[in-house]
Design a protein around this ligand. Structure first.
Ligand SMILES: [Zn+2]
Length: 360
């Protein structure tokens, strides 16, 4: 016999006859139960009963004692019944069965398991009809169902394909409405900015600031001399700004009046992945109210791209500026990853995302 089955763990076991099982000293549940034992591991082989159900064989070194309360009762009270396959199973209470991990077919189905093995125990209902218990360990895990309709197998986000598509259609309509709205913004009052930093923590300092408006005009592009940090070896590799380059540059304090002026005039200030930039630029303001006012004007291009991609381009899994550009087939203007090129790229991505953003 060459038949094989795969267990839930992924292990493969073979179908064998009772002669081979005897020879290998494999034990069925029935034999184990007579010895007050129960399996502690997965079956090592199986056979098929005449009624089509599975009878598992267990290796003698993978068994444990059954809970004593199930065999200390007087013999007379131990009811058994014989299955068609010849296996003898014991009557036990629902509670006792659950203690061993045995459940009814119905209960297992509700736990998303399908029964393949023959019953391992039983109980009698009030009307004396038989209710079988099956071992959860050997039951087959069923695919989980959609949380919305409960009918079909899950596809994405806990929903079946149909419910997922329906949900996506609704979200696409909402997203498109948000993006296609006419915002009537003055291109001169929409700014894009990018900072280079000595590092990514709060105590790190700004090394360069680039600001362009939505006409593409350069408003500010300057190196900044940090006042505390003397070197930044790690980030230097990324942006290429060395301590020598900023030695003669203005400090943030010196630039602050001009930046405040620029920001005061703006209606929107947009960056790609704005949280790090905001957490550093906000320190040009002293009061919480001023910082809050800046925050109100700030928009994140990366967040908007992530939303767009989740609604329209499920194939896009990364959302860096480069990913957004290749998604929209936007070319680099100047040297990629310099703050100037990044700022212009962000401006272009925003314009694709919001085609009716500006007046004219
Ligand atoms: Zn569904």
């Amino acid at each position: 016999m060459k038949n094989e089955m795969t267990l839930r763990s992924g292990a493969k076991i073979k179908q064998i006859g009772s002669a081979e099982a005897n020879e290998k000293k494999y034990l069925t549940r029935h034999t184990l139960s007579k010895m007050h034992l129960m399996p502690s591991g997965e079956p090592v082989a199986y056979d098929v009963a005449p009624d089509g159900s599975i009878i598992y064989y267990f290796a003698p070194d993978r068994v444990v004692e059954a809970p004593p309360e199930t065999w200390y009762f007087p013999r007379a009270r131990r009811d058994t019944m014989t299955l068609e396959s010849g296996s003898v199973i014991e009557r036990m209470s629902v509670k006792n069965a659950a203690a061993r991990g045995y459940y009814t077919e119905d209960r297992l189905f509700r736990m998303h398991y399908e029964v393949v093995e023959e019953p391992v125990a039983y109980t009698l209902k009030a009307d004396k009809s038989v209710l079988y218990f099956y071992d959860k360990k050997t039951a087959k895990r069923l695919p989980l169902n959609c949380v919305r309709c409960g009918k079909d197998v899950r596809y994405k986000k806990k929903l079946c394909r149909a419910c997922y598509e329906k949900e996506m259609a609704v979200r696409r309509i909402e997203g498109d409405k948000h993006r296609n709205e006419y915002y009537r913004m003055d291109r001169k009052k929409v700014l894009f900015f990018d900072l280079e930093l000595t590092g990514f923590y709060d105590h790190d300092e700004i090394l360069s600031i680039t600001i362009v408006d939505a006409t593409g005009e350069l408003i500010m592009d300057t190196l900044v001399k940090p006042v505390k940090k003397k070197k930044w070896k790690e980030t230097e590799k990324i942006h290429g700004i060395t301590p020598d380059m900023v030695a003669e540059a203005p400090t943030l304090a010196e630039l602050t009046p001009r930046i405040k002026e620029i920001f005061a005039d703006a209606e929107n200030i947009i960056a790609y992945g704005v949280s790090t930039d905001y957490s550093h630029i906000k320190y040009i303001y002293d009061t919480a109210a001023e910082r809050e006012a800046l925050h109100e004007k700030i928009r994140c291009c990366a967040n908007e791209f992530v939303r767009y991609a989740s609604e329209h381009r499920p194939d896009v899994v990364h959302a860096s500026l480069t990913d957004a550009m290749s998604c929209f087939e936007i070319e680099w203007d100047g040297v990629a990853h310099t703050s100037m090129a990044d700022t212009v790229a962000c401006m272009k991505v925003w314009e694709v995302l919001f085609p009716n953003y500006y007046e004219n």
